[in-house]
Design a protein around this ligand. Sequence first.
Ligand SMILES: *Cc1c(COP(=O)(O)O)cnc(C)c1O
Length: 424
Amino acid sequence: MIKIKKTKNTASSPSVKETNPAITEAENALASQWKSFESISNGVFERVLQAFIDNKVGEEHFLSVTGYGHDDLGRDVTDKVFAQALQAESALVRVQMVSGTHALSVALNGTLKAGDIMLSLTGSPYDTLEEVIGLREGNPQSLIAKGIHYDSINPFKDYKFQVPQSAEAEEKVRQCRMAYIQRSRGYSLRPTLTISEIEALCQWARSLNPNAIIMVDNCYGEFVEAHEPTAVGADLMAGSLIKNPGGGIVPTGGYIAGNKDLVDQCAYALTAPGIGREGGYTFDLNRIILQGLFLASSMVLDALKGATLGAYLFEQKGYRIFPHWSAQRGDIIQLIELKSAEKLQRFCQHIQSNSPISANVRPEAATVPGYGDKVVMAGGTFIQGATLELSADGPLREPYAVFLQGGLVYAHSRLTLGKLIQNF
Ligand SMILES: *Cc1c(COP(=O)(O)O)cnc(C)c1O
């Protein structure tokens, strides 16, 4: 706990005395891990800054063009800056993409046609993708309803990743049109893939099927590692602007990045054939999107510090954590097994009541569109559902794992988790 002592009649800054030894101990133990996060973050920042410089971003790019949005220079330069920052040939960054799910859906619908096989190389996809693919009760707009086939192989054994070895898996890859990889664990207990594991999967799939489109769900992974999936063999990837690449300030949108011909097709799927990437009003958000990208690597660094702090504190109290605080990370998510619905609820309520927005709201488990089980969600965030801001959530199912993520300001995670750990 932090006590603030104020001298009586001065307005000078309060002297803050650290009285939570658990935090001090954790920060000491985490120092070398954080050094490695910082060195990755520094490298990413350099690449992001270079993308601004090389693309000659100027104030003229902050203006928007109304109506059709033809010749919106800001939109065009934003696509170029994102492409370079994400190590992709081309990018489509649009506020017309409602969320990460929508960006992924556009990418799938833009590149697959009836008769094609979409093969997940990473087992079950993220909850909201089940409906996009058509794995839940038939939505007439799902991929399966449109005649696209879906299959999956699972490279996780005892929660460890291994490039699949079986002849059956190899045959599936040979037959597929798209090999689909989900980088982050999402709401599952399997580990998040590191970039070197994604590289190994890409090489394996490419060697078996040179023509397959290798696509990555990059949600939550952006800027956590030195390289992005498109730098290690992926053809296409997509993500949300209210997660990592929006730096906490972009109010909506998604991106798709990868090979130009594929990204162009996605643009036609998002708008219309003939319009593609040439149209689309940007609602005066070009500056915010560019500035969000500029801030993103720093926000991701603070989120990683908060995540590992939570991991360390809860491990000390005997809870199982994934990944370990000392492990190499592929995303910003920290999973803590709380083992009871009551603790999961209490954890989320504490995060909510220490949030800048709606601290007085009490989160309860509820059904959320796109998700199967009931979910408890704490997100006292400036931007609705923005999980680069300090937030926690978890589905009401065994082992009652809480998924802790975000924290735009490390001090916020530190303060909130420091208080929280005293009640667990
Ligand atoms: C967040 C996320 C998505 C997309 O979710 P939205 O809430 O629609 O942005 C997809 N896949 C993974 C792994 C995610 O974490």
